[in-house]
Ligand binder design. Sequence first.
Ligand SMILES: [Zn+2]
Length: 708
Amino acid sequence: MGFCKNVKRDYNAVFERDPAARNSLEVILAYPGFHAIFFHRVNHFLWKIGIPVVPRLLSHAVRFFTGIEIHPGAKIGGGFFIDHGMGVVIGETAEVGEDCLLYQGVTLGGTGKEKGKRHPTMGNNVTVGTGSKILGPIRIGNNVVIGANSVILKSVPDNAVCVGVPGRVTKKKIIRMTTEEGLIEVMDYFPDPIVERLRGLESQVEALTKRIDAMERLRDKGGKMKIYNTLTGRKEEFIPLTPGDVKMYVCGVTVYDYCHIGHARSAIVFDVMNRYLRYKGNNVMFVKNFTDIDDKIINRSKQEGISWDAVARKYTEEYYRDMDALGVRRPDLEPKATDYIKEMIEIIKGLIDRGCAYELDGSVYFEVERFPEYGKLSKRDREEMIAGARVEVDERKKNPMDFALWKRSKEGEPSWDSPWGAGRPGWHIECSAMSIKHLGEEFDIHGGGADLIFPHHENEIAQSESFTGKPFAKYWVHNGFITIDKEKMSKSLGNFFTVKEILDKFDPEILRLFLLSTHYRSPIEFSDEQLRETEISLDRYYSTILRINASLEKDMTKEGPHNADKNFEAMVLQFRERFEEAMDDDFNTALALGHIFEFIRDLNRFLDSRPLGPKVKELLQKSKELLSEVGKVLNIFRRTPEEWYHSLIVKKKIGLSEKEILERIKERQDARKKKEWEVSDRIRKELDEKGIIIEDKEDRTGWRVRVG
Ligand SMILES: [Zn+2]
């Protein structure tokens, strides 16, 4: 039976393991390790058949004269040997495989107080060195060697050598494999906790260094930024989740028609935010989507008699043409909704699994009741939200506020396969899918027009936060409306202007500057009159640059009647700071432009005094640089005065080229030389009628295009 067989193997083990063992009598009389296992086998048998107290008493007595305490409950395989066994302790629920060897001072113990399995299990042929402790219900694999004084708290795989406190695997098994290239040796991978910890620490140090760098960059750039957060209803200090790394998502256009100036405003506002955040030293990841499937696109495809995707392609191209003209930098990523159907289905499935959405006849709805914070962005009460939700009426919905995540397709409509049958995504889900995919479950800025706050952004928050269990975007930023005669401009009211129409008459920089002249959250009253005024402002900039250029052509080596004006010098020195201060305060481009045009006015006054001298040259050059730098942030002032006038000639349909204008001026000068005043006046009048104004200066005649 097992008992005798095991004892015999234990006895043989002594001879195998201990080269000092000479004869059987010595082993039977003078090997405490052998005594301990022999009596343990007796004890364990009594314990198993349920005899009380005696086994415990016996194990206590054995400990007394061997120094080895083995709880009667421990299960120990045959061929077990404890060499120099003083101080060995083996716990009640310990299990030891066959042919194992322990040295003195080894503990196979537990760490917890709970009942049940709390001691280690060892495989076969394990050797445990002096003083080692193996603690807890862990598994020590077959053929493991544990070095002296190790403390093992985690399971050890087969064939490993393990040392240290806490124990770590130091030797990895080499597997020999026969392949086409003959016999090769492959290192098997075992986890090495120390190396893993070091790697973890290294990457932490790297992340911290990056953060410190970014924070220093931010500090050097002069202070903190504030952003108005629609979610909290107040201006907050802007602290990205990872300082120095800004992740921003903006809801883009549905591509079914030409862009109107509302689209242009949103695009320009977020373009400037993107540029300013970069100017401040941040890395920015800016994602803006295209909605390329939607009821409006389907309707338009019926109207135009082309496929829905041809509609989307056509108006995406139109969008780019307008936005490129307006100097809108393309975002880092511009995902299209229909490329993310798989991701959307995953989220919808997740929401159903979490009990936040339900299927209804091939469509899936988000159950608003399951998201108690619904309404936190728009700050609307339930009645208002129900009224706002009326568009999506389906009598069978559990609640009128529930919104569609997936819509069953009607006959002949575009559709995609889904677990709920052929259909297409609801509008809101696309932004959650694309932002989570590219920016992560939590990111910094989510933006869009104020008309998106409800229901679109409210729904995005509900579905995203229900899906991830984490807060979605940290800052919600919304730009204001455009009004015409104090009424909101909108397609449904028919009082809208397309970008294309406006750019037919006005230079695109004028529209851009006009849209930035009001704070992004305030409404803008739009009219041609306003654009004409903006044209005058912009012309003032370009004509000032002309004046500076003309001054710089003068001999600046000699000091002039007016040396560098102290006030003006102070103005130059403070200019950048004032610009940044304005922009740091919730991207106040209106105030920033106020400072810019005040600076231009002072610059003109300074030029009026006809200053000369090296210091003057330095100040003028500095001024030009500063205007160009801040212009870069707003993406205005990017052309030469000559390019500006050329554009005006084209937009205003003057009908003369620059060359022809110069020819006329030459004719007029010749007439003047010959004192043919009538001819000279006639040419001036002709040009004036066409919108070209002639200016006689000391030594030459200049021209400009009439603005306003
Ligand atoms: Zn969106």
